[in-house]
Each structure stands twice: as C-alpha cells, then as structure tokens.
Design a protein around this ligand. Structure first.
Ligand code: AMP
Length: 193
C-alpha cells in the first residue's frame, strides 16, 4: 500500500490516548513510506495524524470541500491541499487516491465516511482493506453491532469478518497488507438458496 486514507474526528476527544494514537499512526505511516490522505483539517485527530506524518517527513494530502475550508481550519503545512466542491466529491477523490483505509475514533462524520467505504466494498465497487484502530475500546460497541447485524440476518458473515479491527496500529497494518476481499455475493439470499 502506497497511500492510505485516514478517517478520524475533527475533535480531540476527552481521553488524550486518542490524539496520541492519531499522531503515532501518522508517524508510523510516514516511516513506512505510506502517503497519508485525509480530510485536510488541522484540528482534532485529523490535525494530529497530519502532524505525526509531516514530522517524519511524510507525504500528506488533504482533500477538503470549499465550504469547510475555513470552518474546519485547513492545515497549511501539507504536501498538498486539494479543494473540491462537495462532500461526495471529497469521498470519491479520497477513495481514488488510496489503497486502503484506516479509521480512528471520531464522530458521525468519521462513521459516515467509514460506512460509505464499507458499503462500496460490499457492492464490489472497490477491493481495498478497511481497518479500524480500536483506541481505548472506542469501537467495542461497533464490534458488537457488527456481530448483531450478522446474527439478525442482515449481513453475510464474510463481510462482517472483512472489517479489520485491532487495538494495535502495527497489527492493523499487517492485517491490511494480508487482506483478501470476500469472494461472496452481497445478498444473504444468494448465499442461502
Ligand atoms: P467528525 O468525525 O464528525 O468530527 O468528522 C470528521 C470528518 O468527517 C470531517 O472532515 C467532516 O468534514 C467529515 N464529515 C462530517 N459529516 C460528514 C458527512 N455527512 N459526510 C461525509 N463526511 C462528513
């Protein structure tokens, strides 16, 4: 993987473990010569990821819609800041530029971005690994929900398993490097009939 998209909060979160993990992830990606693609803000976990990568001399590309440029306080020290018109354009470009996704803790914006990549994957629109860094148990509730969606018959288990989750960034990147996309149909009925 040469480029990874990082989705994460524009807030810092209350526990300092979140900002630390974001900064460390940025550093780690840069030291592995992996280019960071992200939302282009200098605030919250978003800013910490960029700063961690830039401090190691890494390449960081921000993709930000015009109307959020001032609101989210665009990072001025990036390798490149690409301005787009809409949120949809932002996500499409981020997807185009990356070979994998890492999701850190964040709010609804982060989750929306994560779920869009997950659903695109299920529909076969991309075959990229999607990783979730479970800092401080933040995504334990999502793990439980992921299991429940399968248990209640709304998701093929292969797709639930294809969501890569770890509390270690090193392990998560290994899982992403070794990722094989599920070779099953999206629809449960196709699996069961
Ligand atoms: P948040 O996790 O809510 O702090 O947001 C993190 C990132 O997600 C920010 O760059 C937001 O611009 C972005 N975001 C917020 N809402 C949405 C949305 N509806 N669709 C896509 N991205 C969003």
């Amino acid at each position: 993987m040469k480029s990874i998209v990082v989705f994460c909060g524009s807030a810092e979160g209350y526990n300092e473990a979140y900002m630390e993990a974001a900064y460390e992830l940025g550093s780690m990606l840069a030291t592995q010569n992996i280019r960071v693609i992200y939302g282009g803000a200098k605030v919250g976990l978003m800013g910490a990821v960029a700063d961690g990568a830039l401090a190691q001399g890494g390449e960081v590309i921000g993709v930000i819609p015009h109307f959020l440029k001032t609101k989210e306080i665009a990072h001025e020290g990036l390798t490149e800041l690409i301005t787009v018109e809409t949120m949809h354009e932002r996500k499409m470009l981020m997807n185009k530029l990356c070979e994998g996704v890492v999701t850190l803790p964040g709010g609804w914006g982060t989750l929306e971005e994560l779920f869009e990549m997950v659903t695109w994957s299920m529909l076969g629109l991309h075959k990229k690994p999607i990783g979730i860094l479970n800092v401080n148990g933040y995504y334990d509730a999502l793990k439980a929900l992921n299991a429940n969606v399968v248990q209640e018959g709304f998701l093929n288990e292969s797709f639930a398993k294809s969501l890569l989750i770890s509390d270690s960034a090193t392990e998560l990147l290994d899982m992403m490097h070794n990722y094989t996309p599920p070779a099953v149909a999206k629809w449960l009925t196709e699996r069961t009939t």
